[in-house]
Design a protein around this ligand. Structure first.
Ligand code: SF4
Length: 372
């Protein structure tokens, strides 16, 4: 059964009534359980769980420390190009905005790589807008071939590709794929994605699975919170992660919980994703998927990030720019505003003061290739 079939079944559930069904006892039972099912996940995301956040936090911390220790993996995004053929109603790179678009040359990619590696970071996430003409897989591959000289782990966040294209990138040195569905609710997805190939919901939904089939070491998924009912979106995301985890045992399935941020257009998300809601989502993810990596981006403010590092997060970004070439050039257009602008050393200091060990490198593609 494909995840789309599961999702179609899950979309039929009467959510408004369903969230009200759960009581505090159901949440407490889910917290105590070792293997949580679909109903337990719903209980953890329900309004009843709001009274149990402290207990959920204790269990989440215990699970995280027993599976991941006291470490925090560090990375930063590298924006390679901002050309995009889509109109998504929450992003500055949308094709409707008129600004000078950029795509880094080979020399500029090398400069970015050098500048980032000078901060000590060894894991990066390469991003582009979605344009098969301006930033095709072949361009991403050329960038990877340059950057693997500087980094031990390279992940990508680009337009959904075919399994063959993913395999080619894996062979070039990419070991991780990040691909957010943005919105699982299909009708809302159609409304928010006004123009371009991204309108094809199924092509995006199936892409993480193609990444697993291509043999990536890790695949990271997520919903952009603030676009539709957060309980339902978090539920679908975690169910999608569980589906992939059960089917592709050799791949590390991770999740992110990005919240909508200001961008070039009108910022009126009509969102009820409060800080408490975000905490509840992260705790529910940790309890439902104890072995999954959870990533926290600089979309969140520094004080909240400092708090969340104790509640299940295993990976965080630092020294972030969301502009193309933002580590070495000025005057680019950010994809969205970040909130936590701290440098790599500042994040390292915060982690160490919190009793955590920042990890710059826990994987080395070249060493893995040499050992084969
Ligand atoms: S979210 Fe991605 S696909 Fe959509 S406009 Fe932005 S860069 Fe393009």
């Amino acid at each position: 059964m494909s995840f789309y079939e599961t999702l179609t079944r899950l979309e039929q559930l009467p959510y408004a009534a369903l969230w009200q069904e759960y009581r505090v006892e159901d949440v407490k039972r889910a917290i105590r359980k070792e293997h949580l099912d679909e109903r337990d996940l719903q209980a953890l995301l329900s309004p009843a769980a709001e009274a149990c956040l402290e207990e959920m936090a204790q269990r989440a911390q215990q699970l995280t420390r027993s599976h991941f220790g006291h470490v925090m993996q560090m990375f930063t995004p590298v924006y390679l190009a901002d050309f995009c053929v889509n109109h998504c109603t929450y992003c500055s790179f949308s094709s409707i905005y008129d600004f000078p678009r950029k795509r880094l040359t080979a020399g500029q990619v090398r400069q970015e790589g050098r500048a980032i590696s000078a901060t000590g970071l060894r894991h990066v996430l390469l991003l582009t807008g979605e344009s098969r003409r301006e930033s095709p897989a072949s361009y991403v591959k050329e960038c990877v071939e340059i950057l693997r000289e500087y980094f031990a782990s390279i992940s990508i966040e680009v337009n959904p590709l075919s399994t063959e294209e993913y395999k080619e990138l894996r062979e070039a040195g990419v070991d991780g794929l990040t691909l957010y569905q943005e919105v699982y609710h299909q009708e809302t997805y159609r409304k928010l994605h006004v123009k371009g190939p991204k309108r094809v919901y199924r092509n995006r939904l199936d892409a993480p699975e193609r990444g697993c089939q291509a043999g990536f070491r890790s695949v990271n998924i997520g919903a952009l919170l603030g676009m539709y009912d957060w309980r339902q979106e978090a539920f679908m995301t975690a169910m999608h992660a569980r589906y992939l985890q059960n089917k592709y045992l050799e791949c590390e399935i991770g999740l992110s919980a990005p919240r909508f941020r200001p961008y070039l257009g009108e910022f009126n998300p009509d969102s009820d994703v409060t800080d408490r809601a975000l905490v509840q989502i992260i705790l529910a993810y940790r309890l439902f998927l104890p072995r999954s990596g959870l990533t926290l981006s600089t979309r969140e403010p520094a004080a909240l990030r400092d708090h969340l590092v104790h509640l299940g997060i295993t990976k965080m970004s630092a020294g972030v720019s969301t502009e193309v070439g933002g580590h070495t050039q000025e005057g680019g257009t950010p994809q969205f505003e970040i909130s936590d602008e701290r440098s790599v050393p500042a994040i390292v200091d915060m982690l160490e003061a919190s009793g955590l060990q920042p990890v710059f490198k826990d994987w080395d593609l070249l060493a893995v290739q040499a050992s084969k």
